[in-house]
Design a binder for this molecule. Structure first.
Ligand code: BJW
Ligand code: ZN
Length: 249
């Protein structure tokens, strides 16, 4: 693993933006979306994470979310999340953008996280719009309904064909545009518009580095692909960055 080019750019960066995907939480035990293994790998994410699928079979979609909510509650942040929480204090302008809905960045101490695809802890009624904090999911095959109007409750996450929260996306785009260094971590970079943030940063002149177990669809557009586990690469990066900062304050 050669971190020297990225470290050199980080050292002179005033502004850093990071985009994470499910790969950063994989080492905590949260399954990724497009992995080979796992209980839900027989479904493509497009088949469950969309509104039509929810209306057709709300209990199946809730079964998936209920399983994931349970996993996400039981796991803990890993050294990759912790390294990013530390990086926030080492750069004057730092923005953490995530596609994940699992709260692990926040739980690891990151103070400001732009969540592009919502948050699994929130739910709302599709008819009256009321938010429900601790949704009670009935034993299958039922889905939760609203106690005010009887409408179906859905998780407050962004499914295919739905708009991302616009203010949050705009903030993420602005951070990508002003970044000197952009890091794209643990994402297959196939889901848009999240994946476009790396390209926005690149077009605006940032040094774009990817950290992933394998090359992705966008690797050829980036300045550097560092192959490895986020939970190992990121802590090494922080240690070396800290040493460099101490040597050249
Ligand atoms: C490790 C590791 C370790 C493992 N260390 N690495 C432009 C072009 C083409 C299509 C579109 C486009 N614009 C819009 C679209 C359509 C669509 C889209 O992108 N489709 C493509 C799939 C073709 N996008 C949308 O519909 C979006 N909305 C939208 O564009 O609105 C505008 C609009 C509205 C109406 C009409 C038309 C336009 C919404 C996208 C919402 C995505 N939602 C989900 C579910 C969120 C809720 C939930 O969590 O349940 O988001 S789907 C799923 O994919 C989830 C993820 O956030 C997202 C990305 O997945 P991610 O995180 O990259 O996971 P994986 O599994 O794919 O990759 C894991 C990676 O980690 C791998 O690379 C591993 O190697 C790596 N890894 N372990 C480092 N230890
Ligand atoms: Zn309601």
């Amino acid at each position: 693993m050669n971190l020297s080019r990225l470290l050199e750019r980080l050292q002179s960066a005033d502004s850093v933006c990071v985009l994470t995907g499910s790969g950063i939480s994989a080492e905590s035990g949260v399954p990724t979306f497009r992995g080979e293994d796992g209980l839900w790998s027989k479904f493509k994410p497009e088949e469950l994470a969309n509104f039509d699928a929810f209306i057709r079979n709300p209990s199946l979609v809730w079964e998936w979310y209920s399983y994931r909510k349970k996993v996400m509650k039981e796991v803990s942040p890993n050294p990759g999340h912790e390294a990013l929480a530390a990086l926030e204090h080492m750069v004057s302008d730092f923005t953490l953008v995530t596609q994940n809905v699992d709260n692990l960045h926040r739980r690891s101490g990151s103070s400001r996280v732009l969540e592009l695809h919502g948050n699994i802890e929130r739910s709302y009624c599709i008819d009256c719009g009321r938010f429900v904090r601790d949704v009670v999911i009935p034993v299958k095959p039922a889905a939760p309904t609203c106690e005010h109007c009887g409408g179906l409750i859905r998780p407050d996450v962004v499914w295919f064909g739905e708009l991302l929260p616009q203010e949050i996306f705009t903030e993420a785009e602005e951070a990508a545009r002003r970044a000197d260094v952009f890091m794209c971590i643990g994402t297959s970079a196939v889901v848009y518009p999240a994946a476009s943030l790396s390209l926005v940063a690149k077009d605006a002149g940032a040094f774009v580095a990817e950290i992933n177990l394998e090359r992705t669809d966008l690797s050829s557009r980036f300045d550097e692909t560092i192959l490895g586990r986020a939970g190992e690469v990121l802590p090494s990066l922080i240690i070396e960055f800290r040493l460099l900062k101490e040597a050249h304050p």
